[in-house]
Design a protein around this ligand. Structure first.
Ligand SMILES: [Zn+2]
Length: 373
C-alpha cells in the first residue's frame, strides 16, 4: 500500500507528462551511487529498524541466547562482532568472538572432546597468580591421537592470540561503522545489497542542472526514455523511425548520440571547447566518459554539456513528434548555448554577462593560453 503510493508519487509528481513507470522499481530503490534514486523500500526499512531493537536488547542476554531467540536474524549478526572483556556473556564454542566462524565449526574434534560445551569465555580463563594475566584452562574428556595433533596445535595457536586484553564488560560492535555503534542506515544498505553496478551518478546528480533534466538523463542512461522502441515494448504501434533524421530507428542512443541532428550539436560543442573527443556507443558510457574528462579544473560547465545537449534534443524531438514544429540545426545550436549559459549563470559558474562572451570563454585551450601569459 505504502509502496504503491511512493511509486505513483514518483512517476506522477514529476510533470513533463511522464505517466509510465519508466524504470523498474528495483532500480529506483537502489542507492544513488548504484544508479537508483535512493528511495527506501518499505519492507527492507522495517527489517533495518528491527536491527535497532536487536541492538538494544544486546545487554539483556548472552549472545548465544539472542541468537536462539532471533533465529533467522542471521543478517544482523553477520555484521556484529563481539569484543570480549570479562567473557561472562560469551559462549566460548558457539559465539563468533574470535573471528567470523564459531570455534565449534573451526575445530570440530576439539569441540566434541570438550568437557563443557556451553562454557563461557570467563569460565575458561584463570589467573596463574595474584595480579598475573589470565590464561586458558581447558579440560577435555580424552587425550588426543597423533592424527588429531594438527587441529590441536592450530587451535592452541589461535586462541593463545585471543586472550582478551581488557577486563571490562563484553561489548558488541557494529562492523559496518567505524565507531562500532549500530546505525539503521548502514544496515539498510547492507540488506539491500551493495551491488557493484557502475553508474555515472555523479555526472548526473552532482552537476548544476535542473532536477527534472537530471531525472531525464538518469532515465536515458538506463535506456528507459519513451523513445519509439520503448513505447512499442509497451504495446504502442508506431512507425519507429527517428523523427529527426527519418533514417535511423529511434532508440535513446540513436536519438541522443548517433542521429545526425545530435551529431551536429555535439560537434558544435566540441568546436567551441576546442577539444577532440571520441564518442562511446551508449548514453551511460558517454555520461561516464564525459564527466571531468579534461581534469577537474574548469570542468563545471563542461560537465553540464551532456545534460544540456540531450535535453535540447529531447525537447526538439517532442516538438516534432507532438506539435509538428521543426527547428533547424543552427537554431538548435543557438538554443543549446542559450540554455547552457542560463544554467551556468544560475549555478554561479560563469562571470560573463553576455552569451557572446560566455561562448568565447568556453574554449579550454584559450583559457590555458591566456592563463599562462
Ligand atoms: Zn535520427
Amino acid at each position: 500500500m505504502h509502496t504503491r503510493i511512493n511509486r505513483n508519487f514518483l512517476w506522477g509528481g514529476l510533470g513533463d507528462g511522464f505517466k509510465h513507470h519508466l524504470v523498474g522499481w528495483n532500480t529506483v530503490c537502489r542507492p544513488i551511487a548504484n544508479g537508483g534514486l535512493g528511495i527506501r523500500r518499505v519492507a527492507v526499512t522495517n527489517r533495518a529498524l528491527l536491527g535497532k531493537w536487536l541492538w538494544r536488547s544486546r545487554g539483556s542476554h548472552g549472545c548465544g541466547l539472542w541468537k536462539g531467540i532471533m533465529s533467522g536474524r542471521d543478517h544482523f549478526f553477520l555484521h556484529t562482532e563481539v569484543v570480549p572483556g570479562q567473557g561472562d556473556r560469551i559462549l566460548f564454542w558457539h559465539d563468533s568472538w574470535s573471528g567470523m566462524t564459531p570455534l565449534k565449526s573451526l575445530f570440530p574434534v576439539m569441540f566434541s572432546c570438550s568437557s563443557d560445551k556451553s562454557a563461557s569465555l570467563a569460565s575458561l580463563l584463570i589467573r596463574s597468580g595474584e595480579g598475573a594475566n589470565r590464561v586458558w584452562n581447558f579440560s577435555f574428556i580424552r587425550d588426543f591421537n597423533d592424527w588429531e595433533m594438527e587441529e590441536v596445535l592450530s587451535f592452541l595457536n589461535l586462541i593463545h592470540s585471543k586472550i582478551p586484553s581488557h577486563e571490562g564488560p563484553d561489548v558488541m560492535k557494529w562492523k559496518l561503522r567505524q565507531h562500532g555503534r549500530f546505525e539503521v542506515k548502514s544496515f539498510y544498505q547492507a540488506l539491500i545489497g551493495q551491488s557493484t553496478t557502475h553508474f555515472p551518478w555523479k555526472a548526473i546528480w552532482k552537476v548544476k542542472a535542473p532536477r527534472r533534466v537530471a531525472f531525464f538523463v538518469w532515465s536515458a542512461a538506463w535506456g528507459k526514455i519513451l523513445t519509439c522502441d520503448n513505447l512499442m515494448r509497451r504495446g504502442y504501434s508506431l512507425a519507429g523511425w527517428c523523427c529527426m533524421c527519418r533514417k535511423g530507428w529511434e532508440t535513446g542512443d540513436h536519438l541522443l548520440i548517433h542521429c545526425v541532428v545530435a551529431t551536429d550539436l555535439w560537434s558544435a560543442v566540441l568546436r567551441s571547447f576546442g577539444v577532440c573527443w571520441v564518442f562511446p556507443n551508449s548514453i551511460k558510457d558517454l555520461v561516464y566518459g564525459w564527466f571531468n574528462s579534461f581534469g577537474k579544473h574548469d570542468s563545471a560547465i563542461w560537465n553540464l554539456v551532456p545534460l544540456c545537449l540531450m535535453w535540447t534534443v529531447w525537447r526538439e524531438r517532442n516538438q516534432r513528434t507532438f506539435e509538428d514544429l521543426e527547428q533547424s540545426t543552427s537554431k538548435l545550436v543557438e538554443l543549446f548555448f542559450g540554455l547552457l549559459f542560463d544554467w551556468a549563470r544560475v549555478g554561479g559558474l560563469t562571470p560573463m554577462n553576455s552569451l557572446a562572451d560566455f561562448s568565447t570563454s568556453l574554449c579550454f585551450s584559450c583559457i590555458r593560453s591566456s592563463g599562462s601569459l
